[in-house]
Design a protein around this ligand. Structure first.
Ligand code: C2O
Ligand code: CU
Ligand code: CU
Length: 545
């Protein structure tokens, strides 16, 4: 099914001609290029430009002031100009502009007033992922807006600068609604953030670009079968800002990319390389909880559902005509769970979960369309179009964060496991109204999250509070290989987090400061952000009294 070079040119016409290196003698031609062509979207799809959000439209940046924003959850119409494949979204009209899944641009201390209008055929509610809000504003699912109903949010923004996001949270319906296209970004800018932008002359929409990753099943609505509920719903194509296989034209300077993994279940192992296959490192500057204290050079990073990465890519030494790829690299997805009620081990080959598939397209063809987790694929192409003089350098200090004081901390064990056909936390599944985790207000706790060896990776997330990753123990070898300190932490664990991936056999210790500014009893949830796992009950209520 691979196209040869001539068919490829025919298929893509003028687009392909400019995508080719101008000088075939420049070291990019030959075998290396052929292999790039064949894994670039399987050589079968046409490349479109990366969709870069502007000041309106899909993911458009909406600077929220004190006027209430009405977010209408609604089916998408062609006139909405949303990416093909999405069928529902959050529509908004604000200060004369129209938006689909607006990126809400916020600043610490402001009052956020949003009214959700439910225009879809089932109950929904919006959750502000990563924000410090009270139960009433958290939208965790205890209260829902029925079709035709409204729900009003009003809260003070208490978070530091970071990229947060919002998505539906009606228990049991979250995965389908998020998959169909209901998700948006929350960009909180604080003083550290503004300093960074000034130092590197970063301009949103030009040199600072969000990359929202979501894998999709082409041409099909959401419908999770048994295997999907067990492993999570995996797509056949990987979309970046709503398009598969996009390209971005760049110039020779530093770019900032802010990534959100909005996939229901897929984890990515992300890294850049040249067309000739040489790895290109990036500078990690932040994650879920905002800027790290200092930048870190990384060769690659895992990104699980709901996690964010904030990074800089330095293109100053490249030449016009050079091409880079952002890949998800091959990895062992470690789906080692016990199967179904029989307790027998799952046939991994049949599930398409062979370790590090050598040829993603053979896999692709063999397993009914879903691209296996851990498969290798290029997901974004970058083409250097312009040489400019650029002298900016990355600041040595990005932010300051005091470690959580553990002097009075109590430790809480949490075990992730599987029994009777369902993923569980401490052997329990979610029950509305129950709060098996009870925390004393203003206390400090450490949570030791242990994943069984016969399991799969789980992306664990807590509402209402961010946390510090203290330690990773007994990490599988490919994870341990990425550690940056003697506590087994990864570069992406530094700073503050709201979601952390726990691999099979691994224990991750996190510190939580439960200082709570809201009076009265508050409840939140702690859950796996693999949305199929969450919908099936891999979630526990948390009460703060
Ligand atoms: Cu992204 Cu319960 O959240
Ligand atoms: Cu959340
Ligand atoms: Cu899970």
């Amino acid at each position: 099914m691979f196209l040869n070079r001539r068919d490829f040119l025919k298929t893509l016409g003028g687009v392909a001609l400019v995508a080719l290196p101008p000088d075939p003698g420049s070291g990019h031609a030959g075998a290396a290029e052929t292999s790039v062509r064949s894994d670039w979207c399987g050589g079968s799809e046409q490349s479109l430009p990366l969709f870069v959000p502007g000041e309106r439209g899909f993911l458009g940046r909406l600077v929220l002031d004190d006027e209430t924003l009405t977010l209408r959850a609604a089916p998408l119409e062609p006139a909405d100009n949303a990416p093909a494949g999405l069928s529902q979204a959050y529509l908004a009209s604000y200060r004369g502009r129209e938006y689909v899944n607006p990126t809400l641009v916020l600043h610490p201390g402001q009052r956020v007033r949003v009214e959700l209008v439910n225009g879809i055929g089932e109950a929904t509610i919006v959750h502000w992922h990563g924000l410090t809000v009270d139960t009433r504003n958290d939208g965790a699912g205890a209260v829902l807006a029925a079709p035709g109903e409204r729900y009003a949010y009003s809260f003070e923004l208490r978070n530091r600068g970071a990229l947060y996001w919002y998505h539906p949270h009606p228990h049991g319906l979250t995965a389908g609604q998020a998959y169909r296209g209901m998700f948006g970004l929350l960009e909180v800018a604080d003083a550290d953030e503004e300093k960074l932008r000034a130092a590197l002359d970063l301009r949103p929409g030009k040199t600072e670009i969000p990359l929202v990753l979501q894998d999709r099943r082409t041409g099909r609505d959401y419908a999770a079968g048994d295997a999907d509920r067990l492993h999570g719903f995996l797509g056949d194509s990987i979309c970046v800002n709503g398009r598969a296989c996009p390209y971005l034209d760049v110039s020779t300077r530093i770019y900032r990319f802010r990534l959100l993994n909005a996939s229901n279940a897929r984890t990515y192992r992300l890294g850049w390389r040249t067309a000739a296959g040489k790895a290109v490192p990036f500078t990690l500057i932040g994650n879920d909880g905002g800027l790290l204290p200092e930048p870190r050079i990384c060769a690659e990073a895992f990104l699980a559902s709901a996690e964010r990465l904030d990074l800089l890519l330095d293109l100053t030494d490249l030449a016009v005509g050079d091409t880079l790829f952002l890949d998800t690299r091959a990895f062992d997805p470690m789906h080692m769970e016990m199967g179904g009620s029989s307790g027998g081990a799952i046939d991994h080959a049949a599930m398409g979960h062979a370790a590090a598939p050598p040829d993603s397209h053979a896999e692709h063809a063999a397993h009914g369309g879903a691209f296996p987790e851990g498969g290798a694929r290029a997901i974004l192409q970058m083409r250097v179009r312009e040489k400019i003089a650029s002298i900016a350098s990355v600041p040595a200090k990005l932010s300051s964060l005091a470690p959580i004081d553990l002097a009075r901390a109590i430790e809480r064990p949490l075990r992730l496991g599987f029994a009777k056909g369902r993923w569980r936390i401490n052997d329990r599944v979610f029950a509305m109204g129950e709060t098996p985790i009870e925390v004393a207000r203003n206390s400090v706790e450490t949570w030791l999250i242990r994943n069984y060896f016969n399991s799969m990776p789980h992306a664990m997330h807590l509402h209402g509070f961010n946390f510090e990753v203290l330690e990773r123990q007994t990490s599988p070898d490919p994870i341990a290989a990425l550690k940056v300190d003697d506590r087994g932490r990864l570069a992406t664990d530094l700073g503050r987090k709201d979601t952390v991936l726990v691999w099979p056999g691994e224990s991750v210790k996190i510190a939580l400061d439960f200082t709570c500014p809201f009076p009265g009893e508050q409840t939140y949830v702690f859950h796996c952000h693999n949305l199929e796992h969450e919908d099936a009950g891999m979630m526990l209520g948390v009460k703060l009294a």
